[in-house]
Ligand binder design. Structure first.
Ligand code: FMN
Length: 367
């Protein structure tokens, strides 16, 4: 059974270890413009020794934004900013997947073009919270705005927005992309059996609810190829107000099967319920095993907090092929080296998770 320190090959992309950096929103992009800059290049380059880096969620279009100062990947300025990042990371020996994001209804009119309502599969408001930034720099947690339902004729345009973003990511020099289909954002909203009650080809039946994810994966793969396209799911997750549906498990099995046919770079699974409820929470170990068998490709597990032993144990038991760490990657830029040496791990400061400068971002030292 592989050790966390062992190399892994993702459909031909060699990663020097199985310790990946999980996607982490840090809200430090330039305002206005939502472009990353030298600060981001420094932050990611510090973490180049992770097996692979998955970037912070990055909106594919202005409409896909739900929080202040999250970066985008649709403008020339953003491509140039991300190019700084990928150049630095590559020079430091790293590999990067850009996480492609559309928040759907988890947004606020303050973030939307011309103050329009956010878009969603149906016009039902999320009880989740987002944040806005006032002109004086103060951030405030606010309720998500009332969305409008996407019209059927807009769905092609939406898929094209993902395709455009993927072309921009290619121009910015990324090794691959990860489609964010987790955490109750737009694609997850379309997958949901409770929320997506649309009566057109994009909702209702399980097959219809998977349509957006699969069209997006296919569109993105036009730029990167399936072997450099990954997907993140959060099976049975209900963050941001997405109530459970009766067919959630069947949905996850079918999604794993469909994605498996495409032979993607990897499938990342965020287990919200681990380790508190072990694998008996809503996302059960048995479902994870079924998804892995159906996907039949590299599976990256996430959700361990500081429990590195549990991450290794799950690899030992064949539940996944690699793991990603989120919070530990924030405070331990050289995490793979520390784990290899058995060195102490640094704690994170959650007051600096989001915005604004290098404090709590680029100033965690390597050991
Ligand atoms: C500050 C912060 C920002 C996050 N941003 C994202 C994100 O942009 N995209 C995403 O898919 N998950 C995001 N997550 C979830 C993490 O990727 C990860 O799933 C979660 O932190 C659990 O992993 P951990 O226990 O190793 O931290 C974020 C988590 C934190 C703490």
């Amino acid at each position: 059974m592989p050790l966390l320190q062992d190399a892994i090959t993702l459909r031909g992309l060699v990663c020097p270890n199985r310790i990946f950096m999980a996607p982490l929103t840090r809200q430090r992009a330039k305002a206005p413009g939502d472009a990353p800059y030298e600060l981001h290049a420094e932050y990611y380059a510090q973490r180049a020794a992770f097996g692979a880096i998955i970037t912070e969620a990055t909106q594919i279009s202005p409409e896909g934004k739900g929080y202040p100062q999250t970066p985008g990947i649709y403008s020339d300025e953003q491509i140039a900013g991300w190019r700084l990042v990928t150049d630095r990371v590559r020079a430091a020996g790293g590999r990067m997947f850009l996480q492609l994001w559309h928040v759907g209804r988890v947004s606020h009119v303050a973030h939307q073009p011309n103050g329009q309502p956010p878009v969603a599969p149906v016009a039902a408001r999320s009880k989740g919270y987002v944040s806005i930034r006032h002109p004086d720099g103060r951030r405030e947690r606010v309720e998500a705005s009332m969305p409008r339902a996407l019209e059927t004729h807009e769905m092609g345009r939406l898929v094209e927005d993902f395709a455009h973003a993927a072309r921009c990511a290619k121009a910015a020099g990324f090794d691959g992309v990860q489609v964010h289909a987790a955490n109750s954002y737009l694609i997850n909203q379309f997958l949901s059996g409770t929320l997506n009650t649309r009566d057109d080809a994009w909702g209702g039946t399980l097959e219809n609810r998977m349509r957006l994810l699969l069209h997006v994966v296919d569109a993105v793969a036009d730029s990167f190829g399936y072997a450099r396209t990954a997907v993140r799911l959060s099976p049975m997750g209900s963050a941001n107000d997405l109530p459970p549906a009766a067919d959630d498990e069947e949905l996850m099995r079918c999604v794993a099967t469909e994605l498996g046919k495409r032979r993607l770079a990897f499938l990342e699974l965020f287990n919200h319920y681990w380790p508190k409820e072990q694998w008996n929470g809503p996302f059960k170990e048995s479902l994870c095993r079924e998804m892995k068998a159906r996907f039949d490709g590299p599976v990256v597990l996430n959700g361990y907090s500081t429990d590195v032993a549990a991450a290794q144990s799950d690899l030992d038991r064949g539940l996944g092929d690699a793991v990603s760490f989120g919070k530990l990657a924030i405070s331990n830029p050289d995490l793979p080296a520390r784990l290899a040496r058995g060195a102490a791990l640094a704690p994170w400061d959650d007051t600096t998770f989001y915005g604004d400068d290098g404090r709590g971002y680029t100033d965690y030292p390597a050991s």
